[in-house]
Design a protein around this ligand. Structure first.
Ligand code: T1G
Length: 699
């Protein structure tokens, strides 16, 4: 229990003001719920108090239960805030700014009125951390707004903006929010004497027939292998069948089934890992970072356009440069088309499109971006081309400008060599499509200044990305940690596993698509030319004869109607193709490879053990900071199933010792590509957790 009260109670002209003050987000940490209950009881006992308001200090209302307390023993709360608020004899108004999420919204739903500022967001996102609302949200929200909208909110966990919350009936009024406290007190004064509206007293919510089965069917693919979404549905269903108290008991039962389940543990881990990745412990806390207000992107191709959209989507004016006028026009048209598709899909409004598009200014001359605070180069993945661009940028950009490259593999220092200011150069590796994928690898070159590294990390967050640190090496962290996944994927096909078998294993494991179907979608020729380039650089490079043969026979994937799979015209559904089976057998025979059957387990382990081993090597070399960072990269860059926590979190469900033993055996059988990482061996011998592994420089 912190010394400083986390809940304050003051009386202002007959109105009891209950303020939750538990930074950073007023989560329901130790003493908060009890503090609210005590304040409500105090207000009810004090004749000077006619009504009360509940609000949060700082930047937000209550952002929910303290997630750090889950999975740990918690002393039973003598009196929960929800009950005290619900039973209050005097009206209580929840005044919401920032976020009212989870237990925060549940406290507000236990109040008799709710008001919010225009920028506020409300939601019950518990399903996103593998649980369900455990403070009455599944019983109160359906009663207040109806079963269908409540079900949608609880099963998706989405944050609902204030205006929509008003339209749904969650909040009763939108207040300007210039002076939240004064406006809340005024509203509380206006409801004195009005009948108290207790949601718990409302009858079970009505629901159209089939509502819950429809929802179960609609989430079947996305929620496979998961339990929380289904328990959410069952809890809301209970709100349509049971009286309030019994519904609360059912909610509790369904909640307890989830709290310590592997799914919830993995999702909690992912929540905090995605916050931890922002920290670079070797950067001084008080490091002054240059402010970035204006940006430019060089290269109006698919990546350049997506990067420019990320800036515009987050309020930044951005100049898009391309020396080729047709290329620039095509790039701008692609951006307009992308926005139009998003409006059509309803993921953004026409107003948002009209606000964002003008922020992207197409320019042909590189001189026209000289005053921008940061520039991101996104041209062809060829060193000479990038060096030419950086030499030009060095000549025209203002001295304090930060120069970033979107290369996915080229040595940052070789690019920085083209400038007289290598300390201002770093990598900013976006993932395709750049305006959608949340992951951004910020690559530190050997001469990158700490301010530049810090500023690039911060910039990533400012444009809605999850910035992750990466050291300068081939493939940086994300792609490098997946190199052996791709190699094993292809070698197992040479040895007898079928592409569709491998894809089924990974889809059953939880991936949205299998690796071969993903290859067909992104085009087999892209990696074909990468392999050719690498073979030219290194004669010992392990080629992949089967995908090479596919490309050389014109099968480049979806775009040619055939790749690893066959595709019907205008349809992206992959169909197994006996032509590919024959080609695989031919190449294996030519290579003298005896083919054999594969178990699903061997397939899964070959792909993910190889990746975990390489992830350990990346950490050993200080090219990544934490194993949990690599997990965040797999979750947000490669579609790794979130409810499994990430590559290293999943590896711990197998155990470092078992993984090490298997890799050591494969090293004997297959040779150097399976050389076990020393870090992996150390973790195995110490009985440690791979997800807790860190780079030597952080030890
Ligand atoms: N518990 C503990 N710490 C939390 C927290 C929480 N609920 N929410 C945020 N933090 C920490 C976070 O780790 C970070 O710490 C700092 O606050 C800032 O967060 C009974 C069972 C509110 C939208 O799921 O979605 O209620 O890294 O970097 O980007 O039914 O945080 O600085 O040390 O994310 O501005 C339900 C989770 C809980 C909301 C703000 N609530 N939080 O985003 O800041 S379950 C949630 C968020 C529950 C009840 C049930 C976001 C945010 P640090 P941040 P942000």
């Amino acid at each position: 229990m912190s010394e400083v009260p986390v809940v304050r109670f003051e009386i202002v002209d007959g109105i009891g003001v209950i303020t939750v003050d538990y930074p950073p987000v007023n989560a329901l940490g130790p003493g908060v719920s009890e503090g609210i209950a005590a304040a409500v009881d105090q207000g009810n006992a004090d004749p000077a108090v006619q009504a009360m308001v509940l609000l949060g200090a700082g930047r937000t209302f209550i952002a929910g239960a303290d997630i750090r307390r889950f999975g740990k023993p918690r002393p039973p709360s003598p009196r929960r805030s929800y009950d005290a608020l619900d039973e209050s004899a005097k009206p209580v108004v929840a005044a919401i700014h920032g976020y009212a999420l989870g237990g925060g919204l549940e406290n507000a739903l236990s109040c008799h009125w709710r008001i919010a500022v225009p920028s506020a967001k409300v939601g019950l996102p518990e399903v996103l951390i593998g649980i369900l609302p455990g403070g009455g949200g599944t019983q109160r929200l359906p009663r207040l707004i109806g079963a269908k909208p409540a079900l949608e909110m609880i099963v998706t966990g989405r944050h609902v903006p204030a205006e929509e919350a008003k339209a749904l009936g969650i909040v009763d009024a939108i207040i300007p929010g210039q002076d939240l406290r004064a406006e809340a007190i005024a509203f509380a004064r206006s409801v004195i004497g009005k009948p108290l509206r207790r949601i718990s007293a409302m009858p079970p919510a009505a629901a159209e027939p089939g509502l819950f089965d429809e929802m179960r069917m609609s989430i079947a693919r996305k929620a496979r292998n998961q339990k929380a979404p289904y328990n959410c549905i069952a809890a809301v269903e209970a709100a349509t069948r049971l009286p309030f108290a019994e519904g609360m008991a059912e909610e509790k039962r369904l909640f307890q089934e989830l709290e310590n389940a592997p799914e919830a543990q993995a999702l909690r881990y992912a929540f905090f890992a995605e916050r931890e990745i922002a920290r670079i412990p070797f950067l001084p806390k008080d490091l002054a970072l240059p402010e970035i207000k204006t940006a430019a992107v060089v290269g109006a191709g698919t990546m350049g356009g997506g990067i420019a959209m990320s800036f515009a989507d987050n309020g930044f004016p951005v100049k898009l440069v391309d020396a080729n006028p047709e290329g620039l026009a095509r790039g701008m048209q692609r951006i307009r088309d992308n926005y139009a598709v998003s409006v059509k899909r309803g993921s953004i409004t026409q107003t948002q499109m009209d606000e964002r598009l003008p922020r992207i200014q197409p320019v042909e001359r590189i001189e026209d971006i000289a005053e921008c605070d940061v520039v991101i180069e996104a041209v062809f993945e060829q060193l000479p081309v990038k060096q030419e661009i950086f030499a030009k940028l060095d000549a025209v950009m203002k001295p304090e400008a930060i120069l970033l490259t979107n290369t996915s593999a080229i040595d940052i220092d070789k690019i920085a060599d083209a400038t007289k200011r290598p300390q201002m150069v770093a990598g900013a590796h976006f993932f395709a499509p750049a305006n959608v994928m949340k992951l951004l690898e910020v690559v530190e070159g050997p001469r990158t200044a700490p301010e530049v590294l810090g500023a690039a990390m911060k910039l990533g967050r400012a444009i809605g990305k999850i910035s992750g640190y990466a050291g300068n090496c081939d493939g940086f962290v994300a792609n490098r940690s997946r190199i052996y996944f791709t190699l094993e994927q292809n070698i197992m096909v040479e040895e007898g596993a079928l592409p569709e078998q491998i894809d089924k294993v990974m889809v059953d494991f939880g991936y949205p698509m299998g690796p071969f179907a993903v290859n067909d979608m992104s085009g087999l020729d892209v990696s074909y030319f990468t392999r050719k380039r690498r073979l030219a650089e290194d004669p010992n490079y392990r080629t992949l004869p089967i995908p090479d043969r596919l490309v050389e026979s014109g099968r480049k994937g979806q775009k040619t109607g055939a790749g690893w799979y066959r595709y019907e015209k205008g349809d992206r559904t992959p169909h197994v193709d006996p032509v590919v089976h024959r080609l695989i057998k031919e190449v294996a025979a030519e290579q003298g490879i005896e083919q054999r059957p594969f178990s699903d387990e061997e397939i899964l382990h070959r792909l993910l053990f190889a990746s975990a081993n390489e992830a350990c090597k990346i950490l050993e070399e200080d090219k990544a900071l934490r194993a949990s960072d690599i997990d965040v990269m797999w979750l947000n860059g490669f579609g790794f199933p979130r409810y499994r926590g990430g590559l290293m979190f999943w590896a711990d469900t197998i155990g470092a010792q078992e993984i090490y033993n298997q890799i050591a055996a494969w090293h004997q059988r297959y040779g150097d590509r399976w050389r076990p990482s020393a870090l992996l061996r150390r973790v195995a011998e110490s009985g440690g957790k791979l997800r807790e592994a860190k780079a030597p420089r952080l030890q």
